[in-house]
Design a protein around this ligand. Sequence first.
Ligand code: FES
Length: 107
Amino acid sequence: MGKIKDADAVGEVGNLNCGDVMKIYLKVEKNKIKDVKVETFGCIAAIVTSSLLTEMAKGKTLDEAYKITNKDISEGLELPNIKLHCSVLAASALRKAIDDYRKKFKV
Ligand code: FES
């Protein structure tokens, strides 16, 4: 959890239904995610899934990390259906951060 001050890329998403917001910061080195932090202003399911996502994404290449789905993140959590959209938020924020990185550095 937290912020990377000199992040290479940032991805921010919000959920219009619940108003929750998630911001992911990436530090990338040699096409791999060297560090990833997240600020989550939302429900407990959003906080848990975003925290899990950072653990899953760290050390992966950008391509590998881009393929992480909300199903990967929520697997084993037994989230109720009404909370599945919270894990979608985490996966979307990561993809947005990777898109931001690719756009900035043209990779
Ligand atoms: Fe909004 Fe979970 S209720 S992200």
